[in-house]
Design a protein around this ligand. Sequence first.
Ligand code: NAD
Length: 366
Amino acid sequence: MIIGVLKCTEENLVGLVPKVVSKYTKGDYEVLVESGAGAASNYSDDMYEEVGAKIAPRAEVLAQADILLTSTGIEVDELSKTKQSAIIVGKFNGRVESELLTALKQAEAKAFSLDLLPRSSIAQSMDVLSSLASLSGYKAVVLAADHFGGYLPMMTTSAGTIPPAKVMVLGAGVAGLQAIATAKRLGAMVEAFDVRSAVKEEVESLGAKFIEVEGAAESASAGGYAIEQSEEYIAKQKELIHQTAMKADIVITTANIPGRKAPLLIEEKTVRAMKAGSVIVDMATASGGNVALAQDNQTVEVEGVKIIGDTKLYNQMGPQSSLVYSNNIFNFLTFMFKEGAENIPFENEIIANTLLKVEQDEAVSA
Ligand code: NAD
C-alpha cells in the first residue's frame, strides 16, 4: 500500500514526519511525500528521502496513494483525483459546514476526521485534539510571559524581593492543565477555574489553587465535556472571575463546549478593570471567544491590557506538533487495520465516530 503525504497550507502540520516514516516502511507500506509537504514544519524533502520516502508532485501523490495523510490540506476538486478506494485521514471537523466537509462526506473515498475521536482511554494514543491542546496550553503561557513586561517567579535580590506573578487559567481541560503546569514551572502563583468539579483535584495536584463556584451543572452523559450553566451560576462565576482577574498579571482562557459557542467568561468591564501591562491569551476565539474584545488571530490592546486571540498555538511549534500528529495518525491506522485492510471494524466506536458520512448530518437534524 502507498501512504501519500499531502502538503497543508492552512496549518504548520504534516501528517507524517521523517522520524515516523520507518514505522510504515518496515511494514508493508511505501511512502510518497508531496514535495514541500514538511517544509512549514522544518522537514525538508531531503530528510524524507534519507529515511526511504519518495518525493513526488501533488498530482502524483493524489493519484497513487491508497492512504492520504493531511491536516486539512485537500481541496474539493481534488477528491475526484484520488483512487476511489482511497482512505483520507485528517482533521476536518473544525471546518464545520464547509464545502470541503460536505464533499468529504459524499466522496467515494473514505475520509476520517481525527478531531471526532471519542475521548476514551483506548483512543488516547490517537487523540489529536489532546496532543495539540497540550502543546497549545504550554505555548499560551510562554507567549503571555513574553508579552508580560515582568518576571514570573519570586525573585529575591539585594534590592528587595519581587513577588511572583499571578496567573489565572479558565478551563482546566487538556490545554488548561498544561498551561497551569507551565506557569507553575515558571514560578508563578496560579489559580484556575473549571465548571467540572472533577478537575479540582488535578488542578491542586499541579500546585495551583482551584477557584470554587458552587452549584455547577454537570452531566454524566456529556462524555466528560462541560455543559451549559444556569444564569445564577454564570453570574456568581463572573463575579469571582472579575475579582481574581483584577489581581492577575496573566489570564489564559481555554473554555469550550463542543458544538456550541464558547462561554464568555471575561466581560469588557473585567478587561478594563485589569492592571495595565497584564496579558490575556484567549484560546477559544475560533468558537466565539471567552474574552470580550478578543479577536481571533489578532492581538488587541485595551487600556494597556494585551489580549491575544489564538486557538491554534500549536501552529507555532510545527516540528513537535507534526511529530505528535504523525504518531496519532499512525496509531489510528494501526488500530483500523489490526484485522487487515479488508476488515476495517466500521462498527467500532473509534472508526464509526471518525468516518465522515452523510448520515451524520441526518442524525443531527433528526
Ligand atoms: P474542551 O477543550 O472542550 O474545554 C476545555 C475546558 O473548558 C474543559 O475542561 C471544560 O470543562 C472547560 N469549560 C467549559 N465551559 C466552561 C465554563 N463556562 N467555565 C469554565 N470552564 C469551562 O475540553 P478538553 O480539554 O478537550 O477535555 C474535555 C474532557 O475530555 C475532559 O474531561 C478531559 O479530561 C477529557 N479527555 C479525555 C481523554 C481520554 O480519556 N482519552 C482525552 C482528552 C480529554
